[in-house]
Design a protein around this ligand. Structure first.
Ligand SMILES: [Zn+2]
Length: 342
């Protein structure tokens, strides 16, 4: 017995160490650092190549399709919602969902806009944000399972006074009622600091939620990224989430400032985007989403889970029950024929 004890104790200690290491080893910030700014940058460049995306033109609709396709790759539920722009024109909101495991009726939203100013390719406004979103979707789907539902949304028609986000808020009052945070990425990808908007002025004031700002600030610090809080002119797609008849959602517009290139200018081209700045904002917002949605570690990537589900469904067709059904027909026929022959 005495001789047995030391090995038993050793094994127990080893097991405890492994389990302990497993729990300690899950540091969300480490997983968030898998954010690859070059993937984000490449997607933003593809969007810029479409040219100005404005007023529901071809380029804007193509950008929506590109975003939809990219987000599907990572196993998220993705759909588009048509947005009427008036004058017979329309655009789309692109919505990607990671359903919450425990509180699926609570929402954390990350927005951007798929359109650009009418005269330029809008690299920082807002192609870079779309790039950040698709890479954020990959990192989240690979490593995390949020308890609350996470929505990653590209809004159409932002430059026409937030048409897409306004339509979304009208269409989804239940989401607006149950949204714990709406983080909007606007004018990102070329500016030294992660910039958190405390207040914007036009067309009427929007106040960034102090708790949400604090959470984002802490996430930036934890990751070692420079962060500033300040005021700006326009609220972008936070506006309809803040000013509506349903509920004032806690919002924060996230930018990169000071601008290395003015957002509304012909020089706002893809070559001005800085992957370092995209990384700062991408990682900060991804970590904030992990914390706000109380995400847990994922056993495997969402896209693998999706593929396994699809395969299981296909296998469903080849179960013995179906074989029996398939064989029963000819068998009954054969018996009937024999009966007739007699
Ligand atoms: Zn913008």
């Amino acid at each position: 017995m005495r001789r047995l004890l030391p090995p038993v104790v050793a094994v127990a200690v080893a097991l405890l160490a492994v389990v302990g290491a497993g729990t300690v080893a899950f540091n969300p910030a480490d997983k968030v650092r898998e954010f690859d700014p070059n993937r984000a940058l490449n997607f933003a460049k593809q969007v810029c190549k479409l040219g100005p995306r404005y007023g529901g033109n071809d380029a804007e609709l193509k950008a929506a399709d590109m975003m939809e396709r990219e987000l599907r790759k990572y196993g998220l539920n993705v759909w588009k919602e048509k947005v009427d722009l008036g004058g017979g024109k329309h655009t789309y909101n692109v919505i990607a969902e990671i359903k919450g495991t425990r509180e699926p009726d609570k929402y954390v939203i990350v927005g951007s806009h798929i359109d650009s100013p009418g005269f330029c390719e809008g690299a920082t406004d807002d192609a870079a944000a779309m790039g950040i979103q698709v890479e954020m979707a990959r990192v989240l789907a690979k490593n995390f399972r949020p308890k609350k539902t996470v929505l990653i949304i590209g809004f159409g028609g932002e430059e026409l006074w937030f048409k897409g986000s306004e339509a979304f808020v009208k269409k989804h009052p239940d989401i607006v009622k149950n949204c714990v945070a709406m983080i909007d990425l606007n004018c990102v990808g070329a500016g030294e600091n992660v910039f958190l908007t405390r207040r914007s002025a036009k067309p009427s004031p929007v106040e960034g939620d102090p708790n949400l700002i604090r959470t984002l600030e802490r996430c930036a610090r934890e990751l070692g990224h420079p962060v500033t809080v300040g005021d700006t002119t326009y609220p972008s797609d936070t506006y309809p989430f803040y000013h509506n008849k349903i509920r004032r959602v806690p919002v924060c517009q996230v930018m990169n400032q000071p601008f290395k290139v003015p957002p509304w200018s012909g020089s706002n081209t893809a070559d001005k985007l800085d992957p370092k700045d995209m990384e700062k904002t991408g990682e900060t917002v991804t970590l904030a989403v992990v914390k706000l949605s109380n995400a847990e570690p994922a056993a495997k990537p969402l896209w693998e889970e999706q593929r396994e589900r699809q395969r299981a469904q296909q296998r469903g067709w080849f179960t013995p029950v179906w074989w029996a059904v398939a064989l029963a027909g000819p068998l009954i026929l054969a018996i009937a024929r024999r009966g007739l022959a007699r």
